[in-house]
Ligand binder design. Structure first.
Ligand SMILES: [Zn+2]
Ligand SMILES: [Zn+2]
Length: 333
């Protein structure tokens, strides 16, 4: 005779995602320190152009060009010294080691907005924007994942050096100290009193390092969050990527994200004349003077281009049908 179990089995709870505590603390600390930019002692209007120039150097040349288009998608080739420079600029944006970043981004392209996407905003806007970055995903860090997604980069001694022992963080700290030193040096050159010189040094450090880091973080993260939620879709790709003009403007071109998902290898992410992509303009300038080559052109795969035509036709037909119905209603009323 069977008897009912005295205690009903309890469903195993899903494992709670583990926080990468040190990175979360770093993010919070840098955000809080960046807020000091609004104190009367540190607030300066020239801080705004400093952020924009800093974004072009570290965000556009470092992340867009170096980490993304060059390392991840092989969209263009540069002399070794420039390739190293773009990578170092990317490192100074404090978004992870180039090996890890490229690995995560290639996983994103393979599983965009479906199970396995490291940062789809389908979970929530906040997850896609920044929560994922301080949440541990052991799969992203295992050797087998690296071997699967970035075998081409794992043999690069420079990239390996940056990754091992988190030396990319050391590079970020050194660049921050260097900018602080330049700031104080300029202060003592320009200002007459020690107080004014120190103040200028602090202002340069706060705006060129802290505020710029936070700014580049958020606009890069907007590509993963906003440009997978809001905007138009000229291509019917198998994901939720969108062309978001605001994100494109802020990031100097990365916001034309639906274009990018349709043609990931293309160096230019703007496909129409008005889709301005300053990162690509910079590559073209380098190409003209012989400092860039093998620039991959925009070539939309046939199946996506055809799908687009079908969708456009369908849209036209639906609109035509709607117009006819409206006309007949108007005629009968
Ligand atoms: Zn995407
Ligand atoms: Zn990409």
């Amino acid at each position: 005779m069977s008897t009912a179990p005295a205690v009903l089995p309890v469903a195993t709870p899903l494992p709670r995602p583990k926080l990468v505590v040190w990175f979360l603390i770093t993010i919070i600390t840098i955000h809080l320190l960046a807020l000091t930019a609004f104190l009367p002692y540190t607030f300066v209007w020239w801080g705004i152009p400093v952020i924009l120039v800093g974004n072009f150097i570290f965000g556009s040349l470092g992340i867009n060009l170096g980490y993304h288009r060059m390392l991840t998608h092989k969209a263009a080739t540069f002399p070794t010294f420039l390739e190293r420079l773009w990578v170092l600029c990317g490192v100074c944006s404090l978004e992870g080691s180039p090996l890890w970043w490229v690995c995560v981004h290639r996983i994103h392209h393979q599983h965009s907005d479906e199970t396995g996407d490291p940062h789809s905003p389908r979970e929530s806007f906040f997850w896609g924007h920044m929560q994922w970055i301080y949440t541990a995903d052991p799969r992203q860090r295992s050797l087998s994942t690296f071997e699967k997604y970035i075998p081409d980069l794992m043999t690069d001694p420079f990239l390996r050096w940056l990754h091992r022992g988190n030396k990319w963080i050391l590079v970020y700290v050194v660049h921050a100290l260097l900018i602080a030193a330049i700031g104080f040096g300029l202060g003592f050159l320009i200002e007459d009193t020690t107080e004014a010189a120190v103040q200028l040094g602090v202002q340069i450090f706060v705006w060129a390092v802290l505020v710029r880091t936070v700014y580049v973080w958020h606009i890069t993260w907007l590509v993963n969050s906003a440009a997978h939620r809001w905007g138009y879709r000229p291509y019917q790709t198998n994901d939720r990527s969108r062309n978001n003009a605001v994100v494109a403007l802020l990031t100097n071109g990365e916001g034309w994200h639906n274009n990018h998902h349709a043609t990931p290898r293309a160096c230019s992410q703007g496909h129409r004349w008005w889709e301005i992509d300053l990162t690509y303009t910079f590559v073209r300038m380098l190409q003209v003077v012989g400092l860039s080559w093998d620039v991959v052109p925009v070539k939309v795969p046939k199946h996506i281009a055809e799908k687009k035509e079908e969708e456009t036709k369908k849209e036209g037909e639906t609109r035509g049908q709607g117009d006819k119905e409206t006309a007949s209603k108007a005629g009968t009323s």
